[in-house]
Write a protein of this length. Structure first.
Length: 337
């Protein structure tokens, strides 16, 4: 039996974050019509820093950029759950916190957006020197691998802010790369010109999935969230996160993944995971795949570890080291998107 009738949801203030919380709210309300799930939104340091152009984040800070202020609300029990993009959560959760639930994933792919009125349809149409707006080293490296003639520039801010920078009359950006899921949730499907798919592009670990974070000791909340859990999505995302963890923890490096699953029974899935690690300039890469029947979270973790080990065998080590050296010398890291 529930011990309360009110279970507040904490979230960031951005439009996307609030929409995502409303999605979770709706699913909860459907299951528990008599309970209340008010949404409380807060700014995080990530949001404050977004207004400072080209800011690069210190390692320790980067890990909890979007979550720390919200976790404080869980600790003091002002919120019982937080709704995040799984992609924004570190692979090692802070002490006392856990991911209680990963609901069904939206599209995990990256999408290309051109300025309004542009006649270009795909990245391949862009002339040499065109500037792609993205702050993600993964997106940069993967695009540079195929299109070395393109240039890249940081763009920060919420999705809406980025789109208005793209659409400005004298914008320096020829296109943006954004997560399709974010655009879909914001009702901006019509802005997508091209979806980037494997073997050309690989998405970020956890992209397109939401994660509901709770206090580890909040057994009641963990139980309440069970019906929202999607087993297939959870297995894929656990495999992806385990790959990333085995390679180097949460620090930002260009790792892309592609994960597919096939239901074999109501509880078992055949999961295939491809992973790629790319050098910052896109010239060198290491690729590996693995697949197995996944019946439990442990099986999914095992798949991620297997693919990580194959990546290391296939030359990921030196690429990762080179990346660590350059980010250490700057004493900073970019967002892991
Ligand atoms: N911190 C950026 C971020 N985190 C999650 C999403 C998109 C939604 C998702 O991946 O679920 C985005 C925006 C983007 O990458 O374009």
């Amino acid at each position: 039996m529930p011990t309360s009738t009110c279970y507040p949801i904490g979230t960031r203030k951005s439009k996307l974050a609030v929409i995502q919380s409303e999605l979770v709210y709706k699913q909860l309300k459907e299951k528990y019509p008599d309970l209340e799930f008010p949404i409380m939104s807060r700014d995080t340091i990530g949001d404050e820093i977004l207004s400072k152009a080209l800011f690069e984040f210190k390692h320790q800070v980067a890990k909890s950029l979007w979550t720390r202020e919200l976790e404080a609300l869980l600790i003091v029990n002002q919120c019982r759950m937080l709704v995040h993009c799984l992609k924004d959560l570190p692979v090692e959760m802070p002490e006392g916190m856990t991911i209680a639930c990963i609901p069904r994933r939206n599209c995990p792919l990256d999408a290309i957006v051109f300025p309004k009125g542009s006649s270009y349809k795909t990245v391949a149409d862009l002339p040499a020197g065109s500037v792609v707006g993205t702050s993600s080293i993964r997106r940069r490296a993967l695009l540079a691998r195929h299109f070395p003639h393109l240039r890249f520039a940081d763009i920060r801010g919420n999705v809406g802010t980025r789109l208005s920078k793209l659409d400005e009359p004298n914008s320096s950006f020829s296109c943006l790369v954004l997560a399709a899921a974010g655009l879909f949730r914001l009702g901006l499907k019509d802005r997508v010109s091209q979806m980037l798919t494997a073997p050309f592009n690989y998405y970020a670990v956890g992209q397109g999935a939401l994660a509901i974070e709770v206090r580890e000791d909040d057994k009641e909340m963990i139980e309440l969230l069970k019906p929202l859990q999607d087993t297939e999505t959870t297995y894929c995302c656990v495999a992806e996160r385990s790959l990333m963890k085995r390679l180097q923890g949460g620090c930002a490096i260009p790792i892309g993944v592609q994960c597919d699953s096939l239901a074999m029974s109501s509880s078992a899935y055949h999961v295939s995971l491809d992973g790629i690690v790319v050098s910052a300039d896109g010239r060198r890469s290491s690729f590996a795949s693995g697949n197995r029947v996944v019946n439990s979270v442990e099986d999914a973790e095992d798949l991620g570890t297997q693919v990580a080990l194959s990546l290391l065998k296939n030359g990921a080590g030196p690429i990762l080291e080179e990346h660590h050296r350059s980010s250490d010398s700057e004493d900073s890291t970019k967002l892991n998107v």
